[in-house]
Design a protein around this ligand. Structure first.
Ligand SMILES: Nc1ncnc2c1ncn2[C@@H]1O[C@H](COP(=O)(O)OP(=O)(O)O)[C@@H](O)[C@H]1O
Ligand SMILES: Cc1cn([C@H]2C[C@H](O)[C@@H](COP(=O)(O)OP(=O)(O)O)O2)c(=O)[nH]c1=O
Length: 222
């Protein structure tokens, strides 16, 4: 893993579990402590990667997208995002808060679509060039709860359902199990119960981030 002065925190979980809402709360908290923060998302985060996101999620294509194309486009967007945004920010010493990263690829394309986890690891090494999250917050909730919230949000904002959101519940069950398997495996994960009321979830999230801030201070002092 490449060592940089900044901190890289990723937010993961299924649809509608509260990632975007809680990222904003964390950004406000860190900025109030005088920390430079970059809030970004995947797929996306740069003009090229946002164009790939549109192709992946929104554009109406005249043919079905193959699972391998979907996987490679996720990593094409990520390579651009890492090179143009994430690595430079970490080298400046900023904290990067990212709404989804490679754990989403393992959960959705690996566990959900059934693509080879070994292939995903190879692409990950190519696209990330040694950049790894220091901390990953997994917001976990039963699929029906997250989907219910995502649908209500889409109605409020008059948004169309995107290509991946339109998958069957059984797909999202596999995705959730994928995230939980990753959380068991990697110590950088903290699992947050996202079924609780928003204020409680945000309180938990801020506590985890405060611990990370303390850890970073101790490292700087030693
Ligand atoms: N703990 C919660 N309880 C109730 N509603 C929530 C909670 N967390 C988020 N929401 C709402 O659910 C919707 C989806 O949240 P959002 O942050 O957009 O999720 P994500 O980014 O994970 O898709 C939003 O309308 C948000 O206000
Ligand atoms: C980053 C990433 C996202 N995705 C999917 C998950 C989401 O369905 C979609 C990104 O949309 P997003 O806006 O993050 O969804 P939501 O706010 O509803 O959680 O792309 C993958 O399948 N693989 C990936 O590597």
């Amino acid at each position: 893993m490449l060592t940089t002065p900044g901190r890289f925190i990723t937010f993961e979980g299924g649809e509608g579990v509260g990632k975007s809402t809680n990222i904003q709360a964390v950004a406000r908290h860190l900025e109030s402590q005088g920390i430079s923060v970059v809030v970004t998302r995947e797929p996306g985060g740069t003009p090229i990667a946002e164009r790939i996101r549109n192709d992946l999620l929104k554009a109406h294509h005249e043919e079905p997208m193959s699972d391998m194309t979907e996987l490679l486009l996720m990593f094409a967007a990520r390579a651009q995002h890492v090179d143009a945004v994430i690595r430079p920010a970490l080298e400046r010493g900023d904290w990067v808060l990212c709404d989804r990263f490679t754990d989403s690829t393992i959960a959705y394309q690996g566990y959900g679509r059934g693509l080879s986890l070994d292939n995903i690891e190879q692409l990950k090494a190519l696209a990330q060039g040694g950049i790894e999250p220091h901390l990953t917050l997994l917001l976990d909730a039963p699929v029906a709860i997250g989907m219910g919230r995502a649908r209500a949000r889409a109605q409020d904002l008059a948004e169309e359902t995107d290509r991946i959101e339109a998958e069957a519940i059984s797909f999202f069950e596999k995705v959730r199990q994928g995230f939980l398997a990753l959380a068991e495996r990697y110590p950088r994960f903290r699992v947050i119960d996202a079924t609780a009321p928003l204020e409680q979830v945000t309180e938990q999230v801020l506590k985890v981030v405060a611990d990370e801030l303390e850890h970073k201070k101790q490292q700087a002092e030693s």
